[in-house]
Write a protein of this length. Structure first.
Length: 166
């Protein structure tokens, strides 16, 4: 009987120790790499480019995204960065051509579990808006998905971009 009581006490302490350690901290994915837009898997509506490539570099503190896009309106190439601590990062005034109808003004990023949400202040035809893109990486690291919600004076819309690792 004493032995059974001792085993139960030890099992209780062991269970308490497991409960106190809690779940493992989820690792933050590294989105670094070159990513090619998969138009067949994406849902971009009328805003779909003919092709698009994202080149992402990421450190513990910052993410940088270089975008090369081609559409019927011609090529568009730009770069933005965001600090991963949630602080706002302004873009240089010359990040977009002077006649560009679309501009990113600032970016800020925050982790949502294993997803990264980047909220950007934008200007489209001189109307300010916001664009929030949530990036997720497949378990095998070969597919990057970007779910985007844009809000402008003209309205709001959602899109989904799926990129394959190049």
């Amino acid at each position: 009987m004493r032995r059974l009581a001792m085993v139960m006490v030890l099992a209780g302490f062991a269970a308490l120790g497991v409960a106190q350690t809690g779940p493992a901290v989820q690792a933050k994915p590294n989105f670094a790499g070159t990513w090619k837009l998969n138009l067949a898997k994406s849902d971009l509506g009328q805003m779909a480019p003919n092709s698009e490539t994202y080149t992402i570099t990421q450190t513990a503190d910052e993410i940088k995204v270089a975008i090369a896009s081609a559409s019927d309106n011609g090529p568009q190439n730009y770069t933005f960065s965001a600090k991963l601590d949630g602080t706002e990062t302004p873009l240089p005034a010359d990040a977009f051509p002077a006649d560009s109808p679309f501009r990113l003004l600032s970016s800020k990023a925050e982790w949502l579990g294993s997803s990264l949400a980047i909220t950007q202040t934008t200007s489209f035809q001189d109307s300010k808006g916001t664009m929030t893109s949530t990036y997720t990486l497949s378990e095998d690291g070969k597919v990057l998905t970007r779910a985007t919600h844009m809000v402008f004076d003209q309205g709001a819309f959602d899109s989904k971009s799926v990129y394959d690792k190049a």
